[in-house]
Write a protein of this length. Structure first.
Length: 235
């Protein structure tokens, strides 16, 4: 639901440097200043880096370097050069699964829910995150499936180029439609063999309840306007 209290509370607890250190392990090479505002998405990061970082969640906690060329062959099929992507385990598959479940909520009932509507009709498991920053100059959508991760950014290099309202300028309005149309074509092309299966669930997670609706409604009170100074992690 893009409730920024949560990200602000996380930043307050662990500090900006911890966030910078984590995203660096997830393949982000762009210089990011360790300032509190990065919890709201103010850092300038490329689409390539964002897709690579988000693929860590779908890849069970392991970051794989996105590469454009895997090998070079001559006209006779002889391999001249092969390129192996860098790889690093960033966090456990259990943590990765929790994140994919959280991000599936974005598509099921949050800011990315229009993917489920009649226009795109994407009903398979999808985890996602919309992004809207810099006075509606940047609109993002990152969408994850078990087999394929895609990302889209819409905006202007010059920050004076922006929408006047969040209705048109939000990531769900600018970037999500491009992602939705692209994945419609992906699933229509059977030669790609992109499944519509679910994310891998580690066996240990079978004993963990991740359905937030089953928790006491009192835990939601921290998001009320009168409770913005509370730390939701103190519950």
């Amino acid at each position: 639901m893009s409730i920024n209290y949560v990200t602000a509370a996380l930043m307050k607890r662990y500090g900006p440097q911890a966030v910078v250190d984590l995203v660096k392990r997830m393949g982000v090479t762009t210089k990011i200043d360790p300032v509190p505002s990065i919890c709201l998405g103010t850092a300038d990061i490329s689409v390539l880096e964002m897709v690579g970082a988000n693929s860590t969640f779908a890849n069970r906690g392991r970051w794989m370097e996105p590469i454009f060329v895997t090998r070079i062959e001559d006209r006779n099929g002889k391999v001249l050069e092969e390129f192996v992507p860098k790889s690093e385990e960033v966090f456990s598959e259990e943590k990765a699964y929790v994140m994919t479940q959280l991000m599936q909520g974005v598509v099921q009932m949050g800011t990315g829910s229009r993917l489920r509507g009649p226009k795109y009709k994407l009903t398979n498991p999808i985890a996602g995150k919309t992004g809207t920053t810099q006075n509606n100059a940047d609109g993002w959508f990152m969408g994850l499936t078990p087999d394929l991760v895609g990302g889209c950014w819409v905006g202007g290099e010059d920050r004076s180029v922006h929408f006047n309202s969040t209705v048109e300028g939000q990531g769900a309005s600018m970037a999500l439609p491009i992602w939705g149309k692209f994945f419609q074509k992906v699933y229509a092309d059977k030669t790609l063999k992109i499944s519509k299966g679910d994310f891998y669930r580690p066996p240990i997670m079978n004993e963990v309840e991740l359905d937030c609706s089953k928790y006491d409604d009192e835990t939601q009170n921290v998001f009320d306007e009168g409770d913005i100074n509370k730390d939701p992690f103190d519950l």
